[in-house]
Design a protein around this ligand. Structure first.
Ligand code: CAA
Length: 258
């Protein structure tokens, strides 16, 4: 499918989705969010895709929701259209892993979009923030909830109340990103991580993703039970036999997603 606000390249089982509204630092408007949802649905259905990398430009992953598009909306408008609610749900409903590769600004909805992915690798020039407070509003697509779970109440509260930005070193230190890489290596590093995931059993990858995400949705005892049952269920797969036999036979496993 052809998109106007993003590009999709599929190579070696990895879909690289690049947000592409350079004139607005990849600000998230309704067209971009709709197209992103469509691109993710398409990648989820495409058998050639086993992992997804979502990125922006060198200057901005995304500078937030599109302020020009939003500024004249009323409460009734955003309530009835459920501004971005359905689109964000499409991101988290994606079953294949999504790595956010963040360079430059990830602000407001941009930071929230990165956090809705499965993990974040960032460039050393990345800047994260929830500056909605400066616009007289608050975060609207997950920031108050997800940032708090990533970095804890104190830092999240400070960022939401003051609108200050966090640099890449602070983002790594506080657990918002899995690692920081030099800006020039961001895409190769993120794609290499995606290729590594693409080599695994897709059943185990999906089960691991579901189990980690469950940690955010439930109690410890329910989460542990969910993990244990899914670990046990893996023993019904051919990939478990293949993975363990390959280890014992000192060879690389050939997973078949069965
Ligand atoms: N929406 C619409 N347009 C935006 C935008 C946004 N969020 N962010 C940047 N742009 C546009 C600018 O208007 C500008 O366009 P023009 O050249 O036509 O004027 C262009 O992108 C370049 O931006 P700047 O000239 O401002 O670039 P800069 O390098 O001086 O500053 C910046 C960069 C610090 C990111 C600054 O652009 C900025 O503060 N952007 C807004 C960040 C923000 O407040 N984000 C939160 C939005 S609300 C939200 O996201 C709600 C939610 O949770 C769903």
């Amino acid at each position: 499918m052809a998109y106007q606000t993003l590009t999709v390249e599929i190579d070696d089982n990895v879909a690289l989705i690049r947000l592409n509204r350079p004139e607005a630092l990849n600000a998230l408007n309704s067209q971009l969010m709709q197209e992103l949802g469509d691109a993710l649905t398409e990648a989820d259905r495409n058998e050639k895709v086993r992992c997804i990398v979502l990125t922006g430009s060198d200057k901005a992953f995304a500078a937030g929701a599109d302020i020009k598009e939003m500024s004249s909306k009323s409460f009734v408008d955003v309530y009835t259209e459920n501004l971005f609610g359905d689109e964000v749900d499409r991101i988290t409903a994606t079953r294949k892993p999504i790595i956010a590769a963040v360079a430059g600004y990830a602000l407001g909805g941009g930071c929230e979009l990165a956090m809705a992915c499965d993990f974040i690798i960032c460039a050393d020039n990345a800047k994260f923030g929830q500056p909605e407070i400066n616009l007289g509003v608050i975060a609207g697509i997950g920031g108050t909830q997800r940032l708090t779970r990533f970095v804890g109440k104190s830092k999240s509260m400070e960022m939401h109340l003051t609108g200050r930005f966090m640099d890449s070193a602070e983002a790594e230190r506080s657990g918002l990103v899995s690692r920081v890489v030099p800006a020039a290596k961001l895409i190769p590093e993120a794609v290499a991580a995606a290729r590594k995931i693409a080599e695994k059993s897709q059943i185990a990858v999906m089960a691991a993703k579901e189990a980690v995400n469950r940690a955010y949705e439930t109690t410890l005892s329910e989460g542990l039970l969910f993990e244990r049952r899914n670990f046990q269920a893996m023993f019904a797969t051919e990939d478990q036999k293949e993975g363990m036999s390959a280890f014992l036979e000192k060879r690389e496993p050939q997973f078949r997603d069965r």
